[in-house]
Design a protein around this ligand. Sequence first.
Ligand SMILES: Cc1ncc(COP(=O)(O)O)c(C=O)c1O
Length: 384
Amino acid sequence: MTIYLDNAATSFPKPESVYRAADHALRNLGGSPGRGSHRMALDAGRQLLDTRESVAEVFGIRNSARVVFTANATEAINLALFGLLNPGDRVVTSTMEHNAVVRPLHALQARGVQVVKVPPGPDGRLHPANVREAVMDDLQATRMVVLTHASNVSGSIQPVEDLGPWCRNQGVLLLVDAAQTAGYLPIDVESMGIDLLAAPGHKHLMGPPGCGLLYVREGLQPAPLIYGGSGADSSSPLAPEHLPERLESGTANLPALAGLHAGITFLRETGLYNVRRHKTELLAHLLDGLRSLPGIRLYGPSDPAMLAGVLSFNLAGRDPAEIAYWLDTEHAICVRAGLHCAPDAHRSLGTFPRGTLRVSPGYFSRHEDLQVLLHTLSALTKSP
Ligand SMILES: Cc1ncc(COP(=O)(O)O)c(C=O)c1O
């Protein structure tokens, strides 16, 4: 049996209810939401609204119309950055970001946006004072702070609660990449001072691939990334002014979004706290086991409660890519190796260019799975 320990990429398996909801949508919700007023389009529209409202509830969003559906977190981040930044704007970010942030910002630099990157401490965590200092170096030009809520390499959780209210006081926008924390850590956009929240639907929120979302705070009006039909204001060549239609041109991925609704319902019924506790216990098990192996080098915070679902490590003298290949082909264990799309983070942690082995258990992972992984790695440490 395959052991899947790559939930930071996408969660697997999904709850049964997610499969059922996606299947139901594909078979029964055949209309395109917001397109036409026949019964099937209305049923599809109702499903879309249910999902939007469940997302709003998870993140403390008062008006669900401020939730924009995207294909994934990457699209949500691109939408926020390209939609709001202009030449001359300054952005403060960190060296712990995923390429979903690094690459659009790099492209925007060529259009005259200035990007300042703040490095973390040795465990991958940012010191809020360093971010504040980088903003204050040129407060007037700084339009946005862009931070991953937790690193997908080291699992380090960043001090968003601390920085959000401060950014708001300074009049600087805060965009949070919650790819590794949406559905894992409690997030409340109001109390945390988050203006823009980008999240995938397919990781901790348990939805199918092909869904993500961007929360846009009231009063912000990003330019669309793509233009087209929205089912509203059809006589005008302009994109509608109101959200979500302004930023959601084209037919929605209803099966994925129906699955996302079921995923969120599953999380709510199981309890976010219980889901997180199980994942933290699995990480604690893994950490304990790894610490007893010779030649192991661990990265990120040493306390499993401070890790957001992932653990990165290396074995002395071994290439992580070779180990991952061997685990997969010889032992049917799926983990990820390499740079995990976050090269700057590896430069910060001293693991560039080879990267690390990354293990990310999911809610359906079992302690036995980690036992098998540890046993297999232990055999490797004993072999020449
Ligand atoms: C921190 C971080 N940001 C962004 C992304 C991109 O997410 P998506 O695959 O939904 O575009 C990932 C994916 O692994 C990630 O870990």
